[in-house]
Ligand binder design. Structure first.
Ligand code: FAE
Length: 520
């Protein structure tokens, strides 16, 4: 600031101190104005969608700000990129494909649907667009084991969760199970049946897992009467049919109320407490990622639901740069990867089939193993060739936690992980693969991952604004009124299963309480 500007401001301030009315309000500027929006929700993933629907059903007007695009699935079935070969729509502002392996495809940068965020030693994946992770995920809708849920959240009434909020979440998400007869006869699930038989031979139990993909639709795909999405190999770059992602469940219902507006390609850059609410600085981007406009929004109630990484980034930046200086020291902490390790087996005989559905329906459940607990999703490898391989996403019990830091110098979020962060997860995964290979032959999947172990891949980022730590047990952020975090950040690093049902059910519980008490 120039010296003369400083003096002018000083004189104005002195005047204002003794003079109410015009000068005082001019100085206070927009702080005197009521917030423009009653509620703003950042993001459109699981936590965000639950909050939007339940508030709108009670008559509250909601604005949602989403950095990604709208992906409307139509009868042309050409919304999302194909898996083979992927095009620019597959990836968030990258010049090539970003799948966990086999990235030989290049294209122009575009605001595509799957993002990969690189941290020291870890690649974290997330969905971008209206529906967040639901657009790109495998749709596995798994309710956590009650004993483990109680261990993670001893303060939460688990009887209420299992009687009320988990069933509500599963029902609204449209979770359904594959029909056993279809599973047994379908060539598309040969890979699961082979993995199941081999698991049993090695002494493991398997379990069917529900999914939000519509299995009635899949049976029609099998009959050849409709467009093939799951049976056409579509999944991590979006499904052009069949999948009940959030835009078709929670968000469709929220929009139907007429009270929910979603602005896309709106990236929240800064958040600050202002007056009796919050101010958001937002970058409007085009599909190349360039900022084409900046906007300011204000609101009374702010829900930051940008996913574990996005929420940590917004909150820690605001704490470091003065927008939200009173946030708790616990923001950014208790972060975990849900013990994720990708692995597989090569030279699996008999083969696993050239035709594989992209939708997983089964897992090896050895969670109660005292030495090496693991819940391993039997994942497809839908490349259209006999690969003689099985793929697993192992969810292990990793007790170590990381911490997000906002680095002011580089203006970037960093993730600090303890040394050997994945050692227990890797030991559990190796134990699983060794036992499967001992019983059935085959080798650990050197052809897919370095040393056969993809412990640098995280699909399930959890934590950073944990219930009972950085917020109360309902997502009210400590240090501020009417500021909430309801997304994967609430969970301290692990759920023992794929996490979106847990996030959805917890969000249902939080928003019921928040609406009742804070919107009275
Ligand atoms: P999330 O769904 O990530 O949504 C956050 C939203 O906020 C996104 O739409 C972002 O674009 C948006 N956003 C972020 N920052 C900003 C900003 N600054 N301004 C505006 N918008 C912003 O949040 N889980 C399962 O349970 N079953 C599965 O089968 C499964 N498979 C997966 C497969 C893949 C490839 C991936 C990546 C994940 C998978 N997951 C699965 C994890 C699951 O999708 C994830 O836990 C949830 O999506 C997290 O939900 P949140 O509400 O935390």
């Amino acid at each position: 600031m120039q010296r003369k500007d400083f003096l002018k401001l000083g004189a104005l301030a002195a005047l204002a101190a003794g003079a109410p009315g015009t000068i005082a309000s001019a100085l206070a500027g927009r702080k005197q104005l009521p917030p423009e929006h009653p509620v703003i929700i950042v993001g459109t993933g699981y936590g965000a969608s639950v909050a939007a629907l339940r508030l709108a059903q009670k008559g509250v007007r909601v604005l949602m700000l989403e950095m990604g695009m709208e992906w409307p699935v139509t009868s042309r079935h050409d919304t999302f990129s194909k898996m083979m070969p992927p095009d620019h729509r597959s990836s968030w502002l990258k010049d090539g494909s970003i799948a966990p392996f086999g990235n030989i495809f290049s294209f122009k940068k575009y605001t595509g649907v799957l993002d990969r965020m690189e941290f020291d030693g870890l690649k974290i994946y997330a969905g971008r667009g209206v529906g967040g992770g639901s657009l790109v995920n495998g749709g596995m809708a798994v309710t956590p084991k009650r004993a483990y849920f109680e261990e993670i959240f001893p303060e939460i009434d688990s009887a209420e969760m299992y009687a009320r909020y988990f069933p509500l979440a599963n029902q609204t998400l449209k979770a359904n199970l594959i029909a056993p007869a279809f599973f047994e006869r379908s060539e598309w699930y040969r890979f699961s049946r082979v993995a199941q038989q081999q698991a049993h031979k090695s002494g493991y139990k398997t379990t069917f897992v529900p999914n939000v993909y519509d299995f009635n639709y899949m049976e029609q795909e099998d009959a050849g009467t409709v467009y093939r999405s799951a049976l056409g190999g579509e999944v991590i770059y979006g499904n052009n049919a069949g999948k009940n992602s959030l835009d078709k469940t929670y968000l469709a219902a929220a929009r139907k109320t007429g009270l929910v507006e979603i602005l896309t390609l709106h990236e929240v850059a800064d958040v600050a407490a202002e007056g009796n609410g919050y101010k958001l600085d937002v970058n409007c981007i085009d599909t190349s990622g360039a900022v084409v406009q900046t906007k300011v929004f204000t609101c009374k109630y702010l829900f930051v639901c940008a996913g574990s990484v996005g929420t940590a980034s917004i909150l820690l930046k605001a704490k470091a740069t003065g927008g939200l200086p009173d946030l708790s020291e616990d923001v950014g902490k208790y972060w975990g990867n849900n013990g994720n390790v990708m692995t597989g087996r090569n030279f699996v005989r008999p083969g696993t089939g050239a035709s594989q559905s992209s939708i997983p329906v089964m897992a090896i459940d050895d969670w109660n193993n005292p030495a090496h607990p693991v819940f391993a999703e039997i994942a497809p490898l839908p490349i259209g060739l006999e690969a003689w391989s099985t793929l697993y996403l192992a969810i292990t019990r990793n007790p170590d936690r990381g911490t997000f830091i906002y680095d002011k110098a580089s203006k970037a979020l960093q993730l600090r992980l303890p040394e050997n962060f994945t050692r227990q997860s890797v030991a559990a995964t190796r134990n699983l693969i060794d036992k499967l290979n001992d019983g059935n032959g085959g080798t650990i999947a050197h052809l897919l991952f370095h040393n056969g172990i993809g412990d640098d891949i995280c699909y399930h980022p959890l934590g950073g604004c944990v219930l009972g730590r950085a917020s109360d047990m309902y997502g009210r952020v400590k240090g501020y009124r009417n500021l909430y975090v309801i997304d994967g950040s609430m969970i301290p690093g692990s759920t023992g299963v794929n996490p979106f049902v847990t996030i959805t059910a917890l969000a249902e519980r939080c928003i019921a309480e928040i609406h009742k008490k804070d919107f009275a």
